[in-house]
Design a protein around this ligand. Structure first.
Ligand code: CTP
Length: 409
């Protein structure tokens, strides 16, 4: 940040056809009062010329590790100093591999290694390159190193194939970057999130579960961490990697989830109960695999504890946010759940709009009624939910540490 409060970003452009979208991103960032310095890899310059970015940013584009115009000819050090973040967009598979292994053989990779600021990467590549175990391994390493990974999205690709690997749209990247740069409104706050399905064992190999992917809960945990919160994510079985900068607690059954939540709820400021917790569990789980017979099989179920309702009853408990997935009568069912469980806020969506998808369309219900959130990537919806929760939390309890929400223009 400079002395006027303006944020500064080093925008790194690597080799990929999606580089053309990043010209739009550079412009949008500048319009939002972010100072942008562009650096490009040699491959990046094959897709969009440095002249384009120079014209958009009004600054020469850095491409050369040996550029003598930098003080002490230390371009790689100077470039990242004073930056609030480095954003690599598009981030090619090759560049991600370099970052994961600490390689530094050109200006941009060297600046990343020498940085003293957060790093965000927006991958873009062919779907097979994305799915390749080597790329996934590299992303795992980067996330563990605290690098924020923005996207990618699924869809039609420049190569003509369809799948994961599209760069997020400039608008989505803009929103994610501005959220990242925004004041850490949840600094000093503890946020507890449950996510994913639960698995209720019937015997040693079978069980009841549901189709929750966990994506919404993980997006919320990640968004809260981005705002500076100390986040604990209690997750049922999912295929997702634990988000960076969160305490991750893996559970399987509703009973295990209850125990994990009980261990953290009293010290939490916020509780987001996103998990699709089983309402019933087998009365007894067979300790052997049940053998088939021609006769009908009855499995007696008993109700589980409603984790959210129990936390909401705690005398000095956290600010509780419930989630309701409905197939019909959204407003009526969601408000009824909110009132029964005595929640200040519930987030509702139609199951057909959300399960397993990257995007979601939700409506927030509170004492003032319904607040629709436009259809968007789950990461963006997560930020909207957090903003609403923070505003209600502040109104209810008052807060000196949580500064008011600054809307991106
Ligand atoms: N929830 C919970 N513990 C349970 C069941 C649900 O914490 N045992 C939470 C969910 O995480 C979600 C909210 O309660 O935040 C959903 O409320 P609920 O009425 O249980 O929804 P459904 O299970 O969908 O209810 P129904 O099947 O009757 O629609």
């Amino acid at each position: 940040m400079d002395e006027t409060g303006k944020r500064r970003v080093l925008l790194g452009v690597t080799g990929g056809i999606a580089a053309y979208k990043v010209a739009e991103l550079a412009r949008a960032l500048i319009r939002n009062n972010v100072e942008v310095q562009v650096a490009m890899t040699e491959a990046g310059t094959k897709f969009v010329t440095p002249a384009t970015f120079q014209a958009l940013t009004g600054k020469p584009v850095a491409t050369d590790l040996w550029d003598e115009s930098f003080p002490n000819a230390m371009a790689h050090i100077e470039l990242s100093r004073g930056m609030d973040a480095i954003v690599i967009a598009p981030a090619s598979a090759d560049f991600l591999a370099k970052l994961a292994h600490g390689l530094a053989d050109d200006l941009l990779s060297t600046a990343c290694l020498a940085r003293a600021c957060p790093l965000l990467v927006a991958p873009a590549m062919n779907r097979e390159m994305w799915d390749n175990p080597a790329t996934q391994r590299n992303l795992h390493v980067l996330r563990a190193d605290g690098v924020a990974v923005l996207g990618p999205a699924a869809g039609e690709q420049a190569c003509g194939e369809t799948g994961m690997g599209r760069l997020l749209e400039p608008e989505e990247l803009l929103h994610a970057i501005l959220a990242f740069l925004s004041p850490k409104r949840l600094a000093g706050r503890r946020v507890l999130v449950t996510a994913g399905p639960t698995f209720e064992a019937i015997d040693t190999v079978r069980g009841f579960t549901n189709q929750s992917s966990g994506k919404m809960g993980y997006a919320l945990a990640e968004a809260a961490a981005t705002l500076g919160a100390d986040v604990t994510l209690v997750s049922g079985p999912t295929l997702l990697a634990p988000p960076a900068n969160t305490h991750f607690v893996y559970v399987t059954s509703a009973a295990e989830m209850l125990n994990a939540v009980n261990a953290h709820a009293s010290s939490a400021d916020f509780f987001f109960s996103v998990a699709a917790v089983a309402d019933y569990t087998p009365e007894v789980a067979s300790t052997r695999k049940i053998k088939k017979s021609g006769a009908p099989l009855e499995i007696k179920l008993k109700p589980t504890v409603d984790i959210l309702a129990q936390v909401a009853k705690m005398p000095a408990g956290p600010f509780c946010v419930g989630f309701a997935a409905e197939s019909e009568n959204l407003a009526e069912y969601a408000q009824a759940k909110r009132k029964t469980k005595k929640l200040p806020m519930i987030v509702a969506n139609l199951v057909q709009h959300a399960i397993g998808r990257e995007e979601n369309e939700v409506t927030i219900y509170d004492d003032d009624g319904a607040h629709p959130v436009a259809r968007a990537l789950k990461s963006r919806v997560a930020h909207a939910i957090l903003e609403h929760a923070i505003a209600l939390f502040d109104a209810k309890r008052g807060s000196a540490t949580v500064t008011p929400i600054k809307q991106a223009s």
